[in-house]
Design a protein around this ligand. Structure first.
Ligand code: GLU
Length: 448
């Protein structure tokens, strides 16, 4: 065993001991750190300077009570989180997730992932993440507003355009961003547009932010296909989920001529061999905030399977866009058996480590989330840019910047993987390229 490998195992073990209960966080640390040996072999100084230990420890973690009242006047209490992970490259940047599964481990894995994702965008943004175990599902607009106001009444003191800039994630869209921005504005008595992203373009947001994660994913996949000498056009695609990332991944995939035959939600899977009718999905999910099984009632020939496994459906390209650890060993085997050639993560860490190994063994190209889904936060950085300069880009200008950013991320990951001896391994490429940038900056800023 090389010395750097020995050191690495010891460091991972220490991190495991310190964060024993946080299984998702540890999964994300293992994924990144196990890619680093070829880099650390050439740069042992980062081991000596304890950069790995430092990066795995958030700069600050905030947990707080969020009391609010529902429409009947009952008092409810949720827990709020913000993990300010790393500010070597810029102010903390990353979304807020409102979902009953949110706990410290989930927020820390998301925040850790965000550090390297943000580094890959090439924008001056550090990494952070937050959220709450609040479930917006089934709540009235007024209830969501009261919750968001209470959440921001504590969180505002930690935020600011040069300090920490949240955005959306699962359960947090333009409606929630509006309520939080409104409350922040009241408290600080300033129209500080740049303190949050994902705003409506009517009041300080940027065009393309809503579409950015899904569109960016497809642009990344297009690059992966071209690298293999293939085309996206005419390919059969599975997109799991039916939230913001899934909807705009489907839209761009269809615009580029692919046939998206399935999508899903936590209730089940829709299969539509004629191609998903996106207007129906948008109506159900964006307008009615309903369940995807409704699709079957509205589109002839569509099939719905309660609790079904989307990865059983034959495809060329599989895009997990729902949530963490949704694609496991069994799903990976099915994709391999059915001849799938590309998997890319629209969600954060949707593919388990064991499933990734299976995909690699089957020679399926794998695009990790921190590269493939970086389009969302990249356009958030463009939103900050426009807020700071009080300017507004057109849709086309913003989209062409997104295309360029995704191409650059792809090239960076591809070339870094090659440089460090694992050609075609986008995980190694993304992790080494992201880590390198953060490590160099931390080193330059002293022992911080
Ligand atoms: N939540 C998104 C992500 O996972 C976006 C974060 C942002 O725009 O700050 O990258």
């Amino acid at each position: 065993m090389r010395k750097s490998d020995e050191n690495l195992s010891r460091i991972i073990k220490q991190i495991e001991e310190k964060n024993r209960a946080e299984k998702e966080f540890l999964q994300s640390v293992r994924e990144v750190y196990n890619s680093l040996p070829p880099f650390l072999e050439q740069h042992p100084e980062y081991l000596d300077k304890k950069i790995l230990e430092r990066i795995a420890e958030p700069e600050r973690q905030i947990m707080f009570r969020v009391p609010w009242q529902d429409d009947s006047g009952e008092v409810l209490v949720n827990r709020g989180y913000r993990v300010e992970f790393n500010s070597a490259l810029g102010p903390y940047k990353g979304g807020l997730r409102f979902h009953p599964s949110v706990n410290l481990s989930i927020v820390k894995f998301l925040g850790f992932e965000q550090i390297f994702k943000n580094a890959l965008t090439g924008k001056p943004i550090g990494g952070g993440k937050g959220g709450s175990d609040f479930d917006p599902k089934g709540k009235s607009d007024d209830e969501v507003m009261r919750f968001c106001q209470s959440f921001m009444t504590e969180l505002y003191r930690h935020l600011g355009e040069n300090r920490d800039i949240p955005a959306g994630d699962i359960g947090v869209g333009t409606r929630e961003i509006g309520f939080m921005f409104g409350q922040y504005k009241r408290i600080v008595n300033q129209y500080e547009s740049g303190m949050i992203t994902g705003k409506d373009p009517e009041w300080g947001g940027t065009l393309v932010r809503n579409e950015a994660t899904g569109y960016g994913l497809i642009y990344f996949v297009k690059e992966m296909m071209e690298e293999k000498g293939e085309e996206l056009e005419g390919k059969t695609v599975l997109v799991s989920g039916s939230g913001n990332v899934a909807i705009y991944a489907i839209e761009k995939a269809q615009q580029l001529g692919a046939n998206v035959v399935a999508c899903s939600d936590s209730g089940g899977v829709i299969y539509d061999e004629n191609g998903i009718n996106l207007e129906v999905v948008k109506q159900i999910k964006e307008v009615e905030r309903g369940r995807i099984k409704e699709y079957k009632e509205r589109v002839d020939g569509a099939e719905y399977k309660d609790g079904g496994n989307i990865w059983e459906i034959p495809c060329d390209i599989a895009l997990p866009c729902a949530t963490q650890n949704e694609l496991q060993e069994e799903g990976a085997h099915k994709l391999a058996e059915n001849g799938c050639t590309v998997v890319a993560e629209g969600a954060n860490m949707p593919v388990t480590l064991d499933a990734i190994d299976i995909l690699h063994d089957a020679d399926i190209a794998f695009g990790p989330g921190k590269a493939a889904n970086a389009g969302g936060v990249a356009v958030s950085a463009l939103e900050m840019h426009q807020n700071a300069s009080r300017d507004a880009l057109t849709f086309d200008e913003t989209e062409s910047r997104l295309v360029q950013i995704m191409k650059t991320i792809h090239t960076n990951c591809y070339e870094t993987a090659e440089e460090y001896g694992t050609p075609g391994n986008y995980i190694h490429g993304a992790n080494i390229a992201g880590f390198k940038k953060v490590a160099r900056s931390m080193d330059a800023l002293g022992v911080i």
